[in-house]
Each structure stands twice: as structure tokens, then as C-alpha cells.
Design a protein around this ligand. Structure first.
Ligand code: COA
Length: 535
């Protein structure tokens, strides 16, 4: 492979200006993240600690092997919702390493409304299980939850992907021989009782963990029986009488130790072999991304400059370099793993889509994962292009991406708009992971385009009625739409709603993708079966 030759002047004023603006965005992101990571209100945190319990992130720290990375997912779920009353949606999910095996960890944060579930908590829990299923990752559930957040019941209980799905997934995962381990470190009430009850192996902490289908107040109301939580479903009861739990732990630390011991008897399978090379750091410093990444999306950035700061040795074997230049395609390595890269360099034309589809075929025939680097305004519009069959060619690319059996990974480094989002493996196209940068944007189209469309539609309506918009009305409409798109198109809005797996610091991209590709080997890649390519 050849080294990418960067054309960026890292001593120039443009680079410096971009970098200082990017550092502001990054600072803002880190501040928000630090606040979120404190968990629930101060008094809830102190009460939790006074009870001798560890905080959710402390529990995870102790569970994973020392000096190994923990990739936390969707830390900013539910950010800006519920008056910011559900930091991280009250649940921490992520991939860590236990006795050398990658594991999905799902830990309730009881300092956030008793660890109860709102819509985003459920989405996050289900998403973690989906990742576990796609990558055959054992799951550890560190349970400390009051179950459904009752005021939200209509939004969390009845539908297909609501609370019931958590247990459906556990049964399916277990059925696929993917270990399900529960550590009961607090309450597991009502439906929540099924998390430990449906696990392969369950640990419960004495005088702290409880499992019951109906808590003491419900029992009293239903039957008149007065019973304490401990008598009803404490650790003694479940490890000696009911057998609902298998191991008794004296405290959090002991429970975590038992959980680690369980992993000594769990084997790691590697079903898909990739040809791995020694890791080489990029020739160009990844921190230079801050001076290069697009903040003003109107300015095009050569995606090779991004690739050069992510891949091993900045080495890239570019495919069809001279043809359809608004899409960069080629092979590279990240943390020693091979992968095909498809990166935007402008709007998608018919020939660009054909190039993309051709490259996807190369990757699937060679069993090489694909990384999509998105910065896309969409497909080209206009009479000439419609007549040339842009919809037909675009469909070929979308078709190839949808059916590609190799793992896909998506990083949005700029904008993600319109059908470009689909062709470039947006969420609906099931990339194994999708990450955003703090500066990135996502919406059906850019705010200005949306404003122009809506204003044109309005003006046409008024014209038919013999009226027209005054300049003030037009301006007001424009500003309202722009503001709405600005808010709803931000990475924070997306991540809050679990449209992605988290916002990441651009310099961490290599490390995160390296782990993502590594775990994709736990499952044999699917055979690719394309359907009809419209010719
Ligand atoms: N729905 C809505 N809010 C709930 C809740 C639920 N299921 N369970 C707890 N909360 C809220 C409490 O109102 C409180 O809110 P506040 O901080 O705004 O006052 C907060 O969560 C913490 O609850 P608290 O009881 O003070 O904490 P705790 O640590 O002593 O006890 C529980 C936590 C979960 C054991 C206890 O609250 C409980 O038993 N909740 C009911 C659980 C239940 O029956 N769930 C059935 C739904 S499937």
C-alpha cells in the first residue's frame, strides 16, 4: 500500500482556526460528558454510597480486566430530555474484557430514579443486546432497578421493542449459547425480576439484592400479607429456598469477584478469521483531525485527509482513484485488521454510486469488513441526472450496502443527509456500530434546503389563492425552520435518542474501531446474497 500524501498545511492559519473552533466543541462535549457521568442527584449518590454500594461505573471498573479498554456506548442517551433527569438514560452499557474475553456489560444506575426505565433506557438496553447478538458477546447484567418508570408506562410497556423485549432477547441469546449472567446488586422488581430469573447464572448480594414479581406494598394491597423485602425476595431466600439465584455474595466487590470467576469457565470462540498484521500507528498524528474535520459543512474536506489520520501507517490502497472522485474507496488496516473504506468527498452522482456498489462487491467477495466515513449532503438532483437514471444507480449502491454480509461500521465525520445516509450505511442499514463526532450533523436534508422547500411550497399555495408571503413572514418562516433543523440535526439530539452508539472524540476512532472489528470475529460473517441490481 502507498502512504497517503497529506496536502494540509498544519502550520497554516486555516488549520489553526479550525482547530481552535474544534477544541471549543470538544471542551463542550467533555464538560457535558463529565456532568452526565456523575449520575443522579447528589443526595441519591450519597445515599447509594452510605448503603455500602458501589456506583454503576465503579462496579464496571472492578469487573473488567485491569488496563483493558471499556468502550462505553451512548453515554449521552436521554440528554436534554426529561429536564435532564435521566443521565445516560439511567443505564451504563458497553464492551469490556473479562479474563481476556470481550463481554457486553449492562449496568443499571440506581442513583437515577431508582434505576427505572424510560423509553431511552429500554432502547439502550435492547441495543446492547442486539450488539451482543450480532457479535456473539456474553452479557453481564448488573441489576439495580425499580423496573418501569411508572409515569411513562404507556411509552415503555406494551410495544414490540418495549420492556418485554429485554427478556425475549435474553431467551434468544441464551438459545444461541451466548452466556447470560446476572449480578443482583439491588432491586429487581416485577418485570425486572426476569433479568436474573432468565439468566444462565445469577449472583445476589446479601441484605442488598432483592428479586420479586411484586414488592411488599403490592403484596400488602393484593393479599393483605405484611412482609419485608428481605423475607420476600432477599439473597437468603433465593440462594437457599427458591433457587432463583445461584451464588450468594457478601457485598458488591465479592459479587464482582464471583462474576469474574464464572468467566474462567466460559470459552471464547473465534468464528471468523481475518488476516491480522502488526499494529502500526498512523504516519500523520490523529490529533491533527481537530484542525481538519468539517465544522462548516459547506466547506468540502478531502476524506483522504481523515483516512490518513485513522489507518495504520496512513497506508491506503485506493480503488478507482481517478473515477467518480466524490467517493473515495480503498483498502487499509486499523489496529492490524484489514478493512475496506468508503468515504464521501462530495455529492453522490450516478457513477459514484456504481463505484460504491462495485467496491462493496469487492469487500464481500474477499470477506473484508467495510468502514463508511460519512460526510454526505445526498444524491445529485436535477433534470439531467434524473434522465440519466440517478435513482436507478443510487438504488444499486443502496442495494449492495443493504445486502453486504460482512460487518459494516459507520462514522459520521461531517453531515449525514437524505438518501446519502442510506447508501453510506446509516442506522437503518445495520452497521455493527455507528458513531458520531461532536461536530457532526444528521437530518433528512440541510436546514437551508428544508427551509427553501417549505417556503416554496407555501408560496405556491398562496399564489394559487392570489396571495403572497410578506418579506417579514418569509424571514420568520426561514429562521424558525433553520433553528429547528439546527437543534434536531445536532449530534446531541441524535445520540440522546439512540440513533447512534455514541459521540466519540475523533482521536479515539482507531481504538474504538479496532475493538469493534476484533469482536466482529466472534461470529462467522454472513454469506452475501444480492438480489436484482436494476440495470
Ligand atoms: N416508577 C417511577 N419512579 C420510581 C419508581 C418507579 N417504578 N421506582 C422508584 N422511583 C423513583 C422514586 O419516586 C424516587 O424519585 P425522586 O428521587 O424523584 O423522589 C427515586 O425513584 C428513588 O426512589 P427511592 O424509593 O427513594 O429509592 P430507594 O433506593 O430507596 O428504592 C426502589 C429504590 C426501586 C427499590 C424503590 O423505589 C421501589 O421499590 N420502587 C418501586 C418499584 C416497583 O414496584 N416497580 C414496578 C414497576 S415494573
Amino acid at each position: 500500500m502507498f502512504r497517503i500524501e497529506s496536502k494540509i498545511d498544519i502550520n497554516g492559519t486555516e488549520f489553526e482556526r479550525n482547530k481552535s473552533r474544534y477544541m471549543e466543541l470538544l471542551e463542550q462535549y467533555k464538560e457535558i460528558l463529565a456532568t452526565i457521568k456523575k449520575g443522579g442527584p447528589e443526595q441519591s449518590v450519597s445515599r447509594h454510597k452510605e448503603r455500602g454500594k458501589l456506583l454503576a461505573r465503579e462496579r464496571i471498573d472492578l469487573l473488567v480486566d485491569r488496563n483493558t479498554p471499556f468502550i462505553e456506548l451512548s453515554s449521552l442517551a436521554a440528554y436534554g430530555m426529561y429536564d435532564n433527569g435521566f443521565p445516560s438514560a439511567g443505564i451504563i452499557t458497553g464492551i469490556g474484557v473479562i479474563h481476556g474475553k470481550e463481554v457486553m456489560i449492562i449496568a443499571n444506575d440506581a442513583t437515577v430514579k431508582g434505576g427505572t426505565y424510560v423509553k431511552q433506557t429500554i432502547r439502550k438496553h435492547i441495543r446492547a443486546q442486539e450488539i451482543a447478538m450480532e457479535n456473539r458477546l456474553p452479557c453481564v447484567y448488573m441489576v439495580d432497578s425499580g423496573g418501569v418508570f411508572l409515569p411513562e408506562q404507556a411509552n415503555v410497556f406494551p410495544d414490540k421493542y418495549d420492556f418485554g423485549r429485554l427478556f425475549f432477547n435474553q431467551a434468544r441469546l441464551s438459545g444461541m449459547s451466548i452466556p447470560q449472567i446476572a449480578v443482583v446488586m439491588g432491586s429487581c422488581t416485577a418485570g425486572g425480576a426476569y433479568v436474573p430469573a432468565m439468566s444462565d447464572e445469577t449472583i445476589i448480594v446479601r441484605n442488598q439484592g432483592t428479586i420479586f414479581i411484586g414488592g411488599p406494598p403490592l403484596v400488602k394491597a393484593a393479599t393483605g400479607e405484611e412482609v419485608t423485602a428481605e423475607e420476600l425476595g432477599g439473597a437468603e431466600v433465593h440462594t437457599m429456598i427458591s433457587g432463583v439465584a445461584d451464588h450468594l455474595a457478601e457485598n458488591d466487590v465479592h459479587a464482582i469477584q464471583i462474576c469474574r470467576n464464572i468467566f474462567e469457565s466460559i470459552r471464547r470462540h473465534q468464528y471468523q478469521e481475518l488476516e491480522i498484521h502488526p499494529i502500526e500507528e498512523p504516519f500523520y498524528d490523529p490529533a491533527e483531525l481537530y484542525g481538519i474535520l468539517p465544522i462548516d459543512l459547506k466547506k468540502q474536506v478531502d476524506s483522504r485527509e481523515i483516512i490518513a489520520r485513522i489507518v495504520d501507517g496512513s497506508l491506503f490502497h485506493e480503488f478507482k482513484e481517478r473515477y467518480a472522485p466524490t467517493l473515495t474507496t480503498g483498502f487499509a488496516r486499523i489496529m492490524g485488521y484489514p478493512l475496506g473504506i468508503i468515504a464521501n468527498n462530495g455529492v453522490l452522482f450516478g457513477e459514484t454510486a456504481l463505484k460504491g456498489a462495485h467496491f462493496v462487491e469487492l469487500c464481500t467477495s474477499r470477506n473484508i469488513p467495510i468502514l463508511f466515513l460519512q460526510n454526505i449532503t445526498g444524491f445529485i438532483v436535477g433534470k439531467q441526472f434524473e434522465r440519466g437514471g440517478i435513482a436507478r444507480d443510487g438504488a444499486k449502491f443502496v442495494h449492495a450496502v443493504a445486502n453486504a454480509g460482512v460487518p459494516k461500521f459507520t462514522v459520521i465525520f461531517g453531515g449525514s443527509f437524505g438518501a446519502g445516509n442510506y447508501a453510506m450505511a446509516g442506522r437503518a442499514y445495520e452497521p455493527r456500530f455507528l458513531f458520531m463526532y461532536p461536530s457532526s450533523k444528521i437530518s433528512v436534508m440541510g436546514g437551508e434546503q428544508a427551509a427553501n422547500v417549505l417556503i416554496t411550497v407555501k408560496e405556491d399555495q398562496l399564489k394559487a389563492a392570489g396571495k403572497k408571503l410578506s418579506p417579514e413572514e418569509r424571514e420568520k418562516m426561514l429562521q424558525t425552520i433553520l433553528k429547528k433543523y439546527e437543534d434536531e440535526g445536532s449530534a446531541y439530539y441524535s445520540t440522546s435518542r439512540l440513533w447512534d452508539d455514541g459521540i466519540i472524540d475523533p482521536v479515539d476512532t482507531r481504538k474504538i474501531l479496532g475493538l469493534a472489528i476484533a469482536i466482529s470475529q466472534n461470529k462467522k460473517y454472513e454469506k452475501t446474497q444480492y438480489g436484482i441490481f436494476r440495470m
